[in-house]
Write a protein that binds this ligand. Structure first.
Ligand code: UDP
Length: 453
């Protein structure tokens, strides 16, 4: 097929949440380095800050008028909110693309949209622009979405009462078992399975991009390739493919650096539960006591508003706050990739969001996994059972369990083994983005595909 002119425009449609915007901007950067121009469509209520957008020179930002206020997510629940958002955004996105075509002289090579923003396809079809799905979670989550979409909700509930069924391996994809399918935290099953169908099977996109590396999820990637019958491009980890940490939707607090620089190599446990998770005050207190009792230094990210009933950490008793300031450091938001790469960090207590998991792997840092909902549980299971670079903290959070987990990871021989495997995996993942590596090659193939579509 004939090669088109250089510098064609790619329109990116991310979900306006940190864990989605970050890999999208990194993907944009990787494609910009290959000669494409980048337009990012963002929502009115949650925009990339002007300081962050400065890290992406040449990117063009357009704002989609709010079709459904974010406050509706609480009322409707995440799955219904998503479906309604897709219904209500279709028309305004068509307007947005039509304006862009007028301004850009019809030169849009492709619309790359978050798999959750499938309203984008209607505009792509109308204006005959190729579209590509970007899945910002792991490939195995996409497999699960596909498997769930084919299930009957009532039958699944009955089947899952059978322990044998719970332990059954899904599609030969060991260690993925039926009990691991990410169904928790999304409300009733039927709408969830229906939305999975929308995401995976009702699409006409020409390809799927996934922020993963084939050394991490080769069986899931091969399964997807066969099942979807369109090219699947594993380009990750995108923060190294694009050499960019991505934008921050929150202000970074750098006050920790002086404290971290004074700590011994590999002694610090870094704790962050991502951009969305919330905790009860009681849980935070148990965590604090466990961390203090472990006698290991800790750097703890607590987002304002993430503790129920508190603005920040004022619910901690005064004597605990005092001990924390002697042994640890609490910040509101940190430059996570920089922290994980610091020589003093020996472990990462994470909620196992996919970006955090990839960032930990790239820095060779073993993990304590405390997932909150569906897909995070899947990532945690892979960390513990497949890559064996971390442990899961299950059940209620209580101080003894926290203390034990920190000691196992930072001090015990068991933790040493995890660290060695984490360093080994780091090398493999880093090799995948270098010349001749699988993600490097996949990016080359994607560029060829975008130039010929
Ligand atoms: N992050 C950060 N500073 C923090 C905490 C998190 O920069 O203090 C970033 C982190 O590096 C990651 C993203 O926020 O890229 C969180 O994404 P993830 O998929 O791990 O979880 P989510 O926030 O979507 O639950």
């Amino acid at each position: 097929m004939e090669k088109r002119a250089e510098k064609r425009r790619i329109v990116l449609v991310p979900v306006s949440a940190q864990g989605h915007v970050t890999p999208f901007m990194q993907l944009g950067k990787a494609l910009q380095l290959k000669g494409f121009s980048i337009t990012v469509v963002q929502s009115q209520s949650k925009q990339i800050s002007s300081s962050s957008s400065q890290h992406f020179p040449g990117f063009h930002f357009v704002t989609l008028p709010e079709s459904l206020p974010l406050s509706e997510a609480k009322r409707l629940g995440s799955v219904k909110f998503l479906m309604k958002l897709n219904e209500t955004s279709e028309a305004s996105f068509k307007d947005c693309i039509s304006q862009l075509l007028l301004q850009q002289g019809n030169d849009i090579a492709c619309i790359i949209y978050d798999k959750l923003m499938y309203f984008s396809e209607a505009a792509a079809k109308e204006f005959k622009i190729p579209s590509v799905i970007f899945s910002t979670t792991c490939a195995t989550n996409h497999v699960c979405c596909s498997v769930l979409s084919k299930l009957n909700a009532d039958k699944f509930l009955i089947d899952m009462e059978d322990p044998e069924m719970q332990e059954k391996v899904v599609e030969d994809l060991y260690p993925l078992r039926y009990k691991n399918l990410p169904t928790s935290g999304f409300g009733p099953l039927e709408p969830l399975f229906e939305s999975c169908k929308e995401i995976v099977y009702k699409r006409t996109a020409s390809a799927v991009i996934i922020n993963t590396a084939s050394c991490l999820e080769s069986s899931s990637l091969s399964w997807l390739q066969q099942e979807l019958n369109i090219p699947v491009y594993p380009l990750g980890p995108l923060h190294i493919t694009a050499s960019s940490p991505g934008p921050s939707l929150l202000e970074e607090d750098k006050s920790y650096i002086e404290w971290l620089n004074k700590q011994k190599p590999r002694s610090v446990i870094y704790i962050s539960l991502g951009s969305k998770a919330h905790m009860e005050a009681k849980e935070m207190l148990e965590m604090a006591w466990g961390l203090l009792n472990s006698n290991q230094p800790f750097l703890w990210v607590i987002r304002p508003g993430s503790i129920a009933g508190s603005e920040w950490i004022e619910s901690l008793p005064v004597e605990v706050s005092k001990m924390i300031s002697e042994r640890g450091c609490i910040v509101k938001w940190a430059p996570q990739i920089e922290v994980l790469g610091h020589h003093a960090v020996g472990g990462f207590w994470s909620h196992c969001g996919w970006n955090s998991t990839l960032e930990s792997i790239v820095e060779g840092v073993p993990m304590i996994c405390r997932p909150f909902q569906g897909e995070q549980k899947l990532n945690a299971m892979y960390v513990e059972s497949l890559w064996r670079i971390g442990i899961q903290l299950e059940g209620e959070v209580e101080r003894k369990g926290v203390e034990r987990a920190v000691k196992r990871l930072i001090l015990d021989e068991e933790g040493e083994g995890m660290r060695e495997r984490a360093l080994d995996l780091k090398e493999k993942v880093k090799a995948s983005v270098k010349s001749g590596g699988s993600s490097y090659d996949a990016l080359g193939e994607l560029v060829k595909f975008l130039n010929t579509e």
